[in-house]
Write a protein that binds this ligand. Structure first.
Ligand code: AMP
Length: 280
């Protein structure tokens, strides 16, 4: 596995590989790998000739009061976890990605202002800007994202479509811990008790799934039941619970065929997100 930190050198290397007809697969990450990341990297390995993984904790997607400084990092461990699957690990520094005179931003309209965008203003503008830059550097044929960040995946798909990007966006299922908690680099912030209580997110999604299976189609009712279930957990504070149409992210009132139930909940000080796709 080659480790490259210069955007220009990586782009040159990719152009060389593409001239040879290689199919480039790309997995953008912020590092501190867990099985969720590795599932994307392994899939890219199966699908593509060349697998590029990036690790970049993108300052543009963190709010001023968020955890940019304390975001968990362990580059050595990440290297050992991905070296058998990736051909190139791209680890640029902040100056290389955002020189002092950097100005251009990419914003995917209303999709960035709803759901997580309400409590994290500017977050998705940061995400779409960095992914756009990364796509221009890596020139991937296929790029892999996790359903764990459902809104992010929808925004990236829309950006790629709206801006005619010649890349196929693959969205892979959520990888969970033994008890159902969605894997996340931020789970490391949880205390022992909070970690046990954090399973409430997943359990509330299963409650929603069961209610819908039993014929409850009124979204307000499903959300109310989830809300009261979650609030039985001491450390939990709900940011939002929504039921939406998966592609457009528009809220729905009654569940007909497909619905995406998603939520963001603080467990203590840690904000966690999760979702489940429900088909009737
Ligand atoms: P991150 O490093 O948290 O920015 O995540 C990098 C990529 O991994 C994103 O596309 C995430 O959606 C994906 N990802 C994170 N957690 C999981 C998970 N539990 N299961 C599947 N994909 C995940």
């Amino acid at each position: 596995m080659k480790i490259i930190s210069s955007p220009r050198l990586l782009q040159k290397e990719i152009i060389r590989l593409k001239k040879k007809g290689k199919v480039i697969g790309f997995v953008p990450t912020m590092g501190y790998f867990h099985e969720g990341h590795l599932s994307l990297i392994r899939r890219a390995r199966e699908d593509c000739d060349i697998v590029v993984v990036s690790i970049f904790v993108n300052p543009l997607q963190f709010g001023p009061k968020e955890d940019l400084k304390g975001y968990p990092r362990n580059i050595k461990k990440d290297i050992s976890l991905c070296r058998n699957y990736a051909d190139i690990l791209f680890c640029p520094n902040v100056k290389a990605m955002y020189p002092d005179d950097f100005l251009t931003e990419v914003k995917v309209g209303r999709l960035g202002d709803i759901l997580c965008g309400v409590s994290r203003p500017g977050h998705f503008k940061g995400v779409s800007t960095v992914v756009n830059k990364l796509f221009n550097i890596v020139l991937p044929d296929k790029a892999y994202f996790g359903q764990k960040d459902a809104q992010q995946a929808a925004i990236i798909k829309k950006m790629a479509c709206d801006l005619n990007m010649p890349v196929e966006i693959q969205v892979l299922p959520i990888v969970r811990e033994y008890d159902g908690l969605a894997m996340s680099s931020r789970n490391v912030y949880l205390s022992y008790t909070e970690r046990k209580e954090a399973v409430v997110l997943y359990k509330s999604l299963i409650l929603a799934k069961d209610l819908i299976k039993d014929g409850v189609v009124d979204c307000a009712k499903v959300i109310a039941r989830m809300r009261s279930y979650i609030l039985k957990t001491k450390s939990a504070k709900i940011d939002y619970i929504r039921i939406i149409e998966p592609k457009t992210l528009v809220a729905i009132k009654k569940i007909k065929r497909e619905a995406l139930v998603l939520l963001a909940v603080f467990i203590g000080k840690t904000r966690l997100i999760d979702n489940i796709l429900i088909k009737r």
